[in-house]
Design a protein around this ligand. Structure first.
Ligand code: GRF
Length: 229
């Protein structure tokens, strides 16, 4: 029996995370063509980089066709440049409505040959314009075990609730914020001494592990269902 008040050592936290996280594919799926990914990001872009690394390793059979970002000067701009990825600024502040922004996002993604929309820290509510433009092929990653703690400040919400395990979720995107069929989740333990930054970092470690695998899984299912690839 684990004493719930004990402070876990870093090594123990890593061991527990490894035990409860989904295994990565032993053999990653190959498709007729590499998946064309369009990544939407508002901030730092660490998930973008983790996906790019999975592609570079030869694990995820995909190409990142374009990165769309909405915040000038966001970390994702520098990362995209370093990774050699085209990045397009679509600043939501210059649009009269969410639908108008999503319309331009869909056009930009289609112009770059995108099959799958990968939301990686995209801090905008999306509309039917985007969801219908890529039916079933819009994925998001959220730093909680959905359906718990949707919305903003999910890590702080989890800490405030006193949960003993937290994690991240990759899901298909539907209209309600942070809703839609779950593709993959990873669990991390919560240490009672955790700050929000500590827990966020532990969760992000798992995000970087599972997002590429979740994309491969979702695309395999989609191809099987539609007899494509
Ligand atoms: C991630 O924690 C993700 O769960 C949330 O936004 C964050 C993005 O981080 N949706 P990064 O920009 O990929 O570093």
């Amino acid at each position: 029996m684990i004493d719930p008040n004990v402070n876990f050592s870093a090594a123990m936290l890593e061991t527990v995370s490894a035990l409860v996280s989904p295994p990565l594919p032993a053999v990653w799926p190959r498709f007729e063509q590499p998946l064309g990914l369009g990544v939407l990001a508002s901030g730092n872009g660490s998930n973008l980089e983790a996906i790019a690394q999975a592609i570079q390793r030869g694990d995820l059979h995909a190409q990142i066709q374009v990165v769309v970002y909405n915040n000038p000067g966001a970390g994702v701009v520098e990362r995209s440049a370093r990774l050699g990825l085209p990045a397009v600024l679509l600043n939501h502040r210059q649009y009269a409505s969410r639908e108008a922004l999503d319309h331009d996002i869909v056009q930009t993604l289609h112009a770059h040959g995108t099959d799958w929309v990968i939301m990686a820290g995209w801090m905008r509510c999306v509309t039917a314009v985007l969801i219908d433009g890529f039916a079933g092929r819009v994925l998001n990653i959220h730093p909680s075990l959905l359906p718990s703690f949707p919305g903003l400040r999910a890590v702080e919400q989890a800490l405030a609730a006193g949960v003993k395990v937290a994690g991240c979720t990759v899901h298909q995107v539907e209209l309600a914020v942070d809703s839609g069929p779950i593709v993959m989740q990873a669990v991390v333990p919560v240490d009672q001494a955790d700050s929000a930054a500590d827990l966020q970092a532990r969760i992000q470690g798992q995000e970087h592990r599972i997002y590429a695998a979740a994309i491969a899984l979702a695309a395999s299912r989609d191809r099987a269902a539609n007899r494509r690839g």
